[in-house]
Design a protein around this ligand. Structure first.
Ligand SMILES: [Zn+2]
Length: 237
């Protein structure tokens, strides 16, 4: 397994990255999250309220092409959740199944979370395009999906177990920065839907990482991402 961490834009409020992750695996490429819509590249320059600074060529689709990966050939896209900084480019993957927690998919379809309604065109694909996952699940050898709802119902994180290397936990938005790792003390952010579940998922991921000896990669941590090797460099496993 080879892993590429992609920084696909910057949150203007915090300087944190917009994250996406490519796994080149014996059984085929697996993309985790698709970043912010490529149509928004450069838009921030004229729009003071645009929350994400995305440069031209920095979007996930451009970065994949830079790695020699044809987006149209990707069969598996794991989606942590449907927020626009994670599900902004599903339309660029016409052959892919979008793997999401069933709870998240049903929550989106229910209309219960207004922000998912607002960005519905990003994720509103026919049901047969989705692979629905129930809770923690071994997706492929070495790739485990970990239910971590609270930020939004049915958010999922990913535990990677590369051969011969320490595991890595991609926490995504369940624990967006290293400072959020203490369940009872961590910040609750404006887009966190359910405080009790945020704390429960934080505890779950912190314990999982401890048990497995896994390094945690946080979804939006400005400091951590400064020190990570990013695509086009592979992450050393
Ligand atoms: Zn996010």
């Amino acid at each position: 397994m080879r892993l590429y961490l992609m920084r696909a834009g910057t949150m203007r409020a915090t300087g944190g990255p917009v994250p996406a992750y490519l796994i080149r695996h014996d059984d085929g490429d697996v993309l985790i999250d698709t970043g912010y819509a490529r149509s928004r590249a450069g838009a921030y320059a004229d729009e003071p309220k645009e929350p994400i600074q995305l440069e031209r060529g920095e979007d996930v689709v451009s970065q994949l092409e830079g790695l020699g990966v044809d987006p149209a050939g990707i069969k598996d896209v794991i989606v942590s959740h449907f927020d626009p900084d994670h599900a902004g480019n599903l339309d660029a993957f016409p052959q892919a199944t979008f793997w999401v927690q069933r709870e998240h998919y049903e929550c989106a379809r229910s209309g219960d979370v207004p922000r998912l309604e607002r960005f519905k065109k990003l994720w509103d694909f026919p049901e047969e395009r989705f692979g629905l996952i129930d809770g923690d699940h071994e997706f492929r050898p070495g790739i485990e999906l970990v239910e971590s709802g609270g930020h939004i119902p049915g958010h999922q994180s990913v535990l990677l177990r590369p051969d011969g290397a320490a595991p890595l936990l991609l926490a995504v938005d369940a624990v967006p920065t290293a400072a959020d790792l203490v369940a009872d003390e961590r910040a609750i952010y404006p887009f966190d839907v359910d405080e009790a579940r945020v704390r429960e998922s934080t505890r779950k991921l912190a314990e999982l990482a401890r048990r497995e000896g896994a390094r945690i990669i946080h979804g939006h941590d400005p400091e951590q991402w400064k020190s990570l090797p990013l695509a086009p460099e592979p992450y050393p496993l």
